[in-house]
Design a protein around this ligand. Structure first.
Ligand code: LLP
Length: 425
């Protein structure tokens, strides 16, 4: 299993792409475009692959909700026994709505508000991943006021420059806003251990996103385990280490996923030798390749040397190409037999930065054709916006032969919900 997975996500049969047992053409005919389609079977395979890989240690997978917070996917993952990694009161609301057990929820983020912290303390989550001394003091004050012993883990900044495709997704180097410098961590644990309402339960590190080599994770773990040993020598015994997420998946320019089995072989022995439970926070690895964005070609425009394929989705539906230089594979849902041309696939938004792909070779589509943008299940819909007063797309989940609409396409009335025209002067 596992490595054969790539061939099973949205395969082409007799010229048409399929999701599970359903041709994507049937889905976009029914639900229109732009449309996000997720294949539940791919999420399950990815989940099982991680569980199998890390079988040698007590593991909690805390799905990183930021990658895709749709309730249907949250429900699917919860049923697989996933926990959740959240970063806001809004994500807390989502995982609660999806029925997650608070004891399987961890909360990270550099700027948690007092309201968000108090809400999560009351709910009784598995652990707060604390990113500053100021936050630790606030949690202590709130926990004392609420009379609740509150589990914490400090997020270590290991000063590792992780090999991610874009600088914006590196989080483990000293200049990043994330985490607490490794040299300051022990002192803060000492203080936390002296506080009646703080429970030093774990330790956390997350070095970046879309990483395909185990090495930086192993380096980060080594640093963290050294801290764990120092704390143990002082009588502060932690239960778990959270190694974060960031496991890379396949994009057009990235043919390999993180070899999670190899990663597991390198980290499981030391985590179990340290007597710790392991928490991982995969987002993209679970849902990235499980999703495609379907978009219809509005027109093809020849401008001097350039050919623009103008689609009904752009940066408002999928911002990754323009914001991170993300290279998503794009292919026609139905093969049209046309000659391949180098084109820019662009959206209708009034920005030159609005594109899905530039200088990409593609069988030249015609108006009305539908294209599938691959690996759009993570950081796709969640980063969509209403810029240019665009309606956010619908989302559909396929499970074998079943197709379910799991989020309606926005309507015009959604665009002005909550707005007021004042009584002028
Ligand atoms: N844990 C923490 C603390 C994180 O900050 C993140 C991602 C994850 C887990 C999950 O990372 P994943 O397994 O999904 O790589 N919007 C960017 C990615 C930003 C990631 C932010 N943090 C993109 O589209 O590439």
């Amino acid at each position: 299993m596992g490595t054969g997975l790539l061939s099973s996500a949205f395969p082409r049969r007799e010229g048409v792409l399929w999701a599970g047992g359903v041709p994507l053409s049937r889905i976009h005919e029914e639900y229109g475009t732009p449309l996000y389609v997720y294949d539940a079977a791919v999420v399950r395979q990815r989940y099982d692959r991680l569980v199998d890989a890390f079988a040698g240690v007590e593991l909690m997978l805390a799905y990183s909700v930021k990658a895709n917070g749709n309730l249907a996917l949250l429900d699917l993952l919860r049923r697989l026994d996933s926990g959740a990694d959240i970063v806001s009161g809004g994500e807390l609301f989502r995982v609660r709505a999806a029925g997650f057990d608070p004891e399987r929820v961890v909360f990270a983020g550099v700027g948690k508000s007092e309201e968000e912290l108090a809400e999560a303390i009351r709910w009784g989550i598995h652990g707060f991943h604390v990113e500053s001394q100021a936050e630790l003091e606030t949690i202590d004050r709130l926990a004392t006021r609420l009379g609740k012993r509150t589990p914490i883990g400090l997020r270590v900044n290991p000063d590792i420059l992780s090999p991610t495709p874009h600088a914006y997704t590196r989080t483990g180097h000293a200049q990043a806003k994330f985490g607490i410098p490794a040299g300051d961590v022990v002192e803060l644990y000492r203080w936390a251990a002296s506080r009646e309402h703080l429970w030093c339960r774990g330790i956390d590190v997350h070095i970046g996103s879309q990483i395909v080599s185990p090495d930086p994770h192993v380096q980060a773990l080594d640093q963290v385990l050294e801290i764990v040993e120092r704390l143990r020598a002082e009588g502060i015994t932690l239960e778990y280490v959270d190694l974060g997420g960031g496991f890379g998946v396949r994009y057009a320019d990235q043919s390999e996923t993180m070899p999670v089995e190899a990663l597991a072989r390198r980290i499981v022995p030391s985590v179990s030798a340290a007597g710790l439970r392991l928490v991982l926070e995969p987002g993209r690895f679970l849902v990235g390749e499980a999703g495609v964005l379907l978009t219809r070609v509005l027109l093809v425009k020849h401008s001097g040397e350039k050919t623009f394929v103008v689609t009904d989705a752009g940066m408002t539906e999928l911002i990754r190409p323009s914001h991170y230089g993300g290279e998503h594979e794009i292919e026609p849902v139905r093969e049209n037999g046309a000659a391949r041309r180098v084109v820019d696939v662009v959206g209708p938004i009034c920005e030159t930065g609005d594109f899905l792909a530039r200088d990409r070779e593609l069988a030249l589509p015609v108006a009305g054709d539908v294209l599938a943008v691959r690996t759009a299940g993570a950081y796709g819909f969640v980063m969509s916006s209403n810029y240019n007063a665009r309606l956010r797309p619908a989302e559909v989940v396929v499970d074998g032969e079943r197709v379910e609409l799991v989020r309606e396409r926005e309507r015009m009335v959604d665009l002005i919900r909550g707005e007021r025209i004042p009584e002028w002067g």
